[in-house]
Ligand binder design. Structure first.
Ligand code: FCB
Length: 427
């Protein structure tokens, strides 16, 4: 198969507030950068300066021809002090959302994407008893303000990724290493979704609300080794199954417990999946097999995993699926087009109800603890001049959007002959 049509799946791109907006704010990530914890010494204060370039970036989205844009809101901008809502910041987001709608681009808004205000951190973050009411106050304010512009919401992005990096591995703020607190953070983020879901629906009955789950394939390094097999099952349970079950149905699944008072039921309108890679494991955690295709960060490229995971989610939680992130770090833009092609081909070949695909990322951006070095953009960013340049893979994506699929000519121009690097092995 060279070309293919992409029936029933609309295209978009994704971003997150802290990763693109820039600005000298007080968030957990600005503090983490000030403490010297970003690998390349960069900070989110620069990023893609999107806050000041909304008009330019909306024009660029139009140039790419995408119908959907996933964006985040920076809680610290909206509520810089507890209970004080910044009307100018709210108006700024309102203008952005209006601009998008006027351009025929449908926004999908993420309420929490790894970042929170300094005052929330000072109060104890997600492990504090006041976290949930504070979050719900913010959600109520935002949905009331933007309900006429936004119908699609992601409450929380990747609860388990946040909990594990921040509380188990200690590489994200607040940098703790405690299994007990990891589970508590995961439960708190799931509880935030379970409470936000009915709140959003009460304010906006037709809203479509979900959690963006980071799903990976977890494969045992040696499938004949029972310890490796058990590690794959347990890692999957901890990183994704428990979160999926709790946020989709309100039911506990070891090791997470449903919050008191939550009745089992339906708590998501769409299954939102962020998919990047396969992990090959020998113990609890991540790892990468040897001799496989990898991106700039050493993550395995494994396109079949996208629909494998979507199928397993769909079997347990039937309903529409959105791929809310998928993309790769490729500074040279040497293989991103192939990555796009192979992941979209998997979607085209499946009969799952995958309605939308949001490529991560629109432009290069601040990649959390990695900083500015990891380049995920369809659009190249010169951080010093803030000059945006559409990469060849971005042109390919625009061509797919324009044609409703990959033409044979596009395949020849952007995909044929492109290869991934392979690794020497790491685990
Ligand atoms: C995901 C995050 C997103 C981005 C990509 C590369 O886990 O949701 O913000 O960092 O990874």
């Amino acid at each position: 198969m060279a070309g293919f049509r992409l029936e029933g799946c609309e295209l978009g791109v994704a971003t997150a507030a802290t990763q693109v907006e820039g600005g000298d704010l007080d968030t957990n990530w600005h503090r983490w950068a000030a403490a010297g914890r970003i690998a390349d010494g960069s900070t989110p204060a620069r990023a893609a300066d999107h806050w000041n370039r909304v008009a330019e970036d909306t024009a660029l989205l139009t140039e790419l021809g995408v119908r959907h844009y996933r964006m985040g809101l920076e809680w610290a901008r909206i509520e810089p002090e507890p209970g004080r809502y910044d009307q100018a910041a709210i108006a700024h987001y309102g203008d952005e959302l209006t601009r998008l709608r006027d351009a025929g681009i449908r926004p999908l808004v993420t309420l929490h994407h790894f970042s929170e205000p300094g005052w929330f951190v000072d109060a104890g973050g997600w492990l504090d008893r006041g976290a949930l009411p504070a979050f719900l106050r913010y959600v109520r304010t935002v949905v009331a303000a933007f309900g006429d512009l936004v119908g699609d919401w992601i409450t929380v992005n990747e609860p388990s990724v946040y909990a594990v990096h921040a509380y188990l591995w200690g590489v994200w703020p607040p940098g703790e290493r405690s299994y007990r607190r990891t589970i508590a953070a995961l439960e708190a983020l799931c509880a935030a979704h379970l409470a936000a879901y009915p709140l959003i629906h009460a304010l906006q009955p037709d809203a479509v609300v979900g959690v963006a789950h980071h799903l990976r394939v977890f494969a045992p390094q040696n499938p004949r080794n029972p310890a490796h097999r058990a590690a794959a099952v347990l890692t999957r349970r901890l990183f994704q199954d428990a979160e999926l079950e709790l946020t989709s149905t309100g039911r506990s699944l070891f090791p997470v417990q449903a919050p008191r008072g939550v009745r089992p039921g339906r708590y998501t309108d769409v299954q939102a999946i962020n998919y990047y890679s396969r992990s090959t494991v020998t113990g609890i955690g991540n790892g990468v097999a040897s001799g496989v295709d990898v991106n700039d960060l050493g993550w395995e490229v494994y396109p079949a995993g996208l629909t494998e995971l979507a199928a397993s989610v769909h079997a347990r939680y039937p309903g529409p699926i959105w791929i809310t992130e998928n993309g790769t770090a490729d500074a040279a833009d040497a293989f991103r087009s192939r990555y796009l092609y192979e992941h979209l081909a998997a979607i085209a070949a499946s009969d799952l109800p995958i309605e939308r695909y949001y490529h991560w990322c629109f432009t290069d951006n601040f990649e959390w603890a990695e900083g500015e070095v990891a380049r995920f953009g369809l659009v190249h960013l010169d951080y010093d001049t803030q000059q945006r340049t559409v990469r060849e893979s971005g042109r390919f994506y625009a061509d797919i959007a324009a044609n409703g699929g990959v033409t044979d000519a596009a395949h020849d121009r952007w995909v044929a002959g492109r290869r991934y690097p392979t690794n020497g092995g790491r685990s």
